[in-house]
Design a protein. Sequence first.
Lengths: 222, 371
Amino acid sequence: MDWTALALSLQLAVWTVAILLPVSILLGRFLAFRQFRAKPLVEALVMLPLVLPPTVLGFYLLVAFGRNAPIGQAWEALFGGPLVFSFAGLVVASVIFNLPFAVQPAQRGFQAIPAEVREAAACCGMSPWRSLWKVDLPLAWPGVVTAMVLTFAHTLGEFGIVLMVGGSIPGETRTIAISIYDRVQAFDTGSAAVMSAVLVAISLVTIVVTFALSARVGRRLG
Amino acid sequence: MRGLEVMARAHAPIPLDVALSVAPGELLALVGHSGSGKTTILRTIAGLWRPAEARVRVDGVAWLDTGAGVNLAAHRRRVGVVFQNYALFPHMTAAQNVMAAMDRACAVEAARILGLVNLTGLGNRKPAQLSGGQQQRVAVARALARRPQALLLDEPFSAVDRATREKLYGEIIALRAHLRMPVVLVTHDMNEAQLLADRMAVIETGRIVREGPTAEVMADQDALRAMGIREVAVMLPATVAAHLPDGLTRLEAVGGPLFLPGITGAPGTRVRVRILAHEVIVARTRPEGLSAQNIIAGTVARIVPGAGPAVMVHIAVGAHEILARITRRAADQLALKPGDPVHAILKSMSVARNHVALAPDRPGDPALPGT
């Protein structure tokens, strides 16, 4: 059992959720309520990581993070270390490949709020910001929570992009999914089985708890 | 100028070309079929929609002036809106809904306003735990909690059953004694407009086809052609005299007693009875051996020809008028002319119970002609 890898995976998931939570709320709400010409394009870009093979996304990120690319150079100039094959690089990659999971459910959550209710908030004198806290979020939060749970669980399970961008450096980029792969390569099926079971258990518990929670909220609001 | 002034012009999404004003304390009903643009006018006032060319001024201050580039956001306009389906915040209690519209949330004030709309003690209920009528009252309370400079009611009675609606009419009429701001009511129900409004504007495809005091508009056959000529009616003031054992109520009206069914209200209560012109029969002499219970003596004031085979006979009864829509043929046979004494006959059962409303507790009842 590779505890370091598990800890790294959980750390990566927490960072990803922390960064994507405001993105999920603001971008989800923006896409739910605003109509503009480029909206289909923006929505497509957000969804793209879902349909691209992880190797394709991983390849582009690897190139973009590299020492010869502007992003990689800027990062190195700012923080002194390379973005590829680092934990920071994993976090950035994770944020990007989780965009569809973080934005879509939140957007659906905001879209489910009747237009009249949002107009009523404005007619009650609430500024858009106040309306977000008092009306939009309380009504859309099951969607936002679903988004964050999916992001968390998906980060724990992502393999291809992590391998492309991070490689398998113990304590830095070797997540539990990578570790399982390494164990299988080394014919250590016993460890692989234990770690796989742990991953299944964590993911299952996370999702069950959320669904139970949002069902309760649904009853309360219904 | 005090009150509300609106001008709006647009071609899309619906054609619109209107100008209207509402004085403080006055209730203007915008009536028209769905799609006529009446709700769009309301949304323009509230700041939820901006027509191509529009001006909205409240107490002299511009909320919207497309020419001058003024467009106050909806949340900066001191406006109270009661939406058609109420649009209550489902996650808040009734009291929290009311407090959400206050500049500084105050539970005591919320309870006071909920009391105004007869919801004392229900402040802790969520909207889902309230009946349709109670939800409507919360919506009214929330709109008032905003301390609005203009109160906008968008078909506020359309989502409740008929019995509740009658009760809510009475409550709105009573509540108006407390209101000092201009009120705009959007409705397609002519009875509702006649019961509640001081003035009416009939809207057709985005234009005002007739605007004026309710009694005048409701007596105008041409104005009401689109809304249904059978809606032409007057409001006759009366006082509840006695509830009879057979279920009828005797009312004292200007031209004599009226016997009507299903009226509540203690003896002495002042009410107004909506009498539809097409339900009134005209007789030269007081008829005998007739089943109809209500025979009101009056004088022919004038006879207005309509577009079809009917004429509108205006019968003066004291300071008031009753309208009778009869065929031109009948008017000719009776040889009716202004000044003739006649009797207006009305079946008790032809007055629906929701056509009887409490008289507003205010001087100068604007719904009555000649006062």
